[in-house]
Design a binder for this molecule. Structure first.
Ligand code: ADP
Ligand code: MG
Length: 244
């Protein structure tokens, strides 16, 4: 049963360096079309991520990693808890934000590499990836230049750049998604299996991109299916049990 999140007066912030602090998150799914069965997935999860941190969410399939990731992006409404994000010098609690404020936080502060690219027929890959930059007011030519650089780094064949990603392979779509998110300098970046469909060479590029972001002070949280990515880029692990 969902209950409204209770407002928290202010976050308990341990250090000025912290970019994201999730406190005591609970999330239970209620399957209304299956006899109202309830699935408690997050039960009191807390997480503090500072500038330059990269935290890996680790645990068996079905243990709640993606649910936490979607909750951190405020895609899923949590039952209770707070998700404090430092947005333009101020602390905001995501579950409490009005929709327009949440959109502003997502445009400038909180980036998200989802597992799957949402494709729109007839919109070319360049435009799909440049969209977040354009929304920030970056000129089209500058935005496209930045995306071309990222596409090149990610070895996306140039002949694909002006085509809609509708017909792209899984790995090609994933690289468009990665370029889209890494084009903007988000202070906080969430990544849900960003390398799951990539070959070894492109996995290395993503490892380098993440390491560069860490060095610039970005706070990253990710789900990584392979150990190499985890061990090379992450400095902390949050482990989920099978019964969380
Ligand atoms: P992981 O990413 O660790 O594999 P998930 O967070 O995707 O796990 O899922 C955790 C549990 O929550 C699973 O048992 C899954 O079936 C359930 N779940 C996830 N999303 C939903 C949803 N939208 N509605 C109902 N149950 C869900
Ligand atoms: Mg998952």
């Amino acid at each position: 049963m969902l209950t409204p999140a209770q407002p928290s007066p202010s976050p308990v912030i341990p250090s000025a360096n912290v970019r994201l602090q999730a406190e005591n998150l609970h999330k239970t799914f209620t399957l209304h079309n299956q006899g109202g069965v309830t699935l408690p997935v997050l039960a009191g999860v807390s997480l503090t991520v500072a500038a330059g941190d990269c935290v890996a969410l680790q645990g068996p399939s079905g243990s709640g990693k993606s649910t936490l990731m979607r909750a951190l992006y405020a895609n899923y409404r949590i039952d209770c808890g707070s998700i404090w994000v430092r947005h333009q010098g101020e602390w905001v609690d995501l579950p409490q934000l009005e929709p327009h404020h949440l959109i502003a936080v997502r445009q400038t502060t909180l980036g998200y590499v989802s597992q799957f690219l949402r494709v729109i027929p007839r919109v070319p890959a360049l435009a799909v990836a440049a969209e977040p930059l354009m929304r920030l007011g970056v000129e089209e030519s500058a935005a496209h230049d930045k995306i071309r650089q990222l596409f090149s780094r990610l070895h996306l064949p140039e002949r694909l750049w002006n085509l809609s990603p509708t017909t792209f392979s899984g790995g090609e779509k994933q690289r468009v998604n990665i370029a889209r998110a890494f084009a903007v300098d988000y202070p906080v970046l969430l990544l849900d299996e960003p390398t799951s469909a990539l070959d070894a060479a492109n996995r290395q590029v993503v490892i380098e991109l993440m390491a560069e972001r860490r060095a610039q002070g970005c706070a990253l949280v990710g789900i990584f299916h392979d150990d190499e990515v985890r061990s090379r880029v992450c400095n902390r692990v949050l482990t989920f049990g099978g019964d969380n």
